[in-house]
Design a protein around this ligand. Structure first.
Ligand SMILES: Nc1ncnc2c1ncn2[C@@H]1O[C@H](COP(=O)(O)OP(=O)(O)OP(=O)(O)O)[C@@H](O)[C@H]1O
Ligand SMILES: [Mg+2]
Length: 233
């Protein structure tokens, strides 16, 4: 059995008369410690599946097996515990707490787990050495995105889920942040899932899961993933 197994996952949204199948029978698996990329165009259902994997949202039907347990059957309380103990999540739109500084935002996450990483060091690792005591409103979009990444990483999570983690970053900063994220899989043993619409990132992953219109259209495995320094986009 794989570490993550998604089986016949459906997510249905009903808005008035229209029904949207954001996930329409999604199936894939990811091994422990892998770096996986979910690739697809806008509206393909990528954030939907990532939110479900992270226990941020519940599915309509299907099994979401994480380390042998079906989180699709979890109640709210069990999902909260799961999110708190096992998950680091980088939101597509950051979700920082506005009245806390960068450092305090990261501490808030690291303090709830036992074997967290040093909050200041994680901020330094994402290139924010000089922004540690600034509030989100004082930071650029890309800087806020990096605080969100530091916050997820500082939990030293079993599973790190990143929704478009380089969306607001320039080329060099994006590369450097991707390296920090990849290190969580390659050195810390975390299972990492990155959602992106940028196909140029695919070679860095152990596994690439292609999404189109709420479905998985193709799964590729790279026996020898490319080093991030060698890719271009
Ligand atoms: N709360 C919601 N209510 C209704 N429809 C929704 C809701 N959330 C998402 N959808 C729809 O579900 C589909 C998949 O959305 P999702 O956010 O998963 O796409 P995505 O692949 O992450 O896209 P993007 O790359 O633009 O972030 C879209 O058609 C979207 O409009
Ligand atoms: Mg999205």
């Amino acid at each position: 059995m794989s570490y993550i197994e998604v089986k016949h996952n459906f997510k249905r949204y009903q808005t008035g008369d229209t029904e949207i199948l954001a996930n329409n029978d999604v199936n894939f698996s990811i091994e422990k410690g892998e770096l996986a990329i979910i690739l697809g165009a806008s509206g393909a259902g990528k954030s939907t599946i990532l939110n479900i994997l992270g226990g941020m949202d519940t599915n309509t039907s299907g099994d979401i097996i994480i380390d042998g347990k079906n989180i699709a059957n979890y109640n709210k309380r069990q999902l909260t515990t799961y999110r708190r103990n096992d998950i680091g999540f980088v939101f597509q739109f950051y979700n920082l707490i506005q009245n806390l500084t960068a450092k305090e935002n990261v501490e808030l996450a690291s303090e709830i787990v036992a074997d967290s990483l040093d909050p200041v060091q994680t901020l330094i690792d994402v290139g924010l050495k000089n922004r540690i005591n600034n509030f989100p409103a004082e930071l650029s979009g890309g800087e806020q995105q990096r605080v969100a990444i530091a916050r997820a990483i500082a939990k030293n999570p079993k599973i790190l889920l990143c929704d478009e983690p380089t969306g607001a970053l320039d080329y060099q900063t994006g590369k450097s942040v991707l390296q920090t994220i990849a290190k969580m899989s390659r050195e810390n043993g975390a299972t990492v899932v990155i959602v992106t619409h940028n196909s140029a990132l695919a070679p860095i992953a152990d596994r690439v899961i292609h999404f189109h219109d709420g479905q998985v259209t193709k799964i590729e495995q790279n026996a020898q993933p490319e080093d991030i320094t060698n890719i271009k986009w």
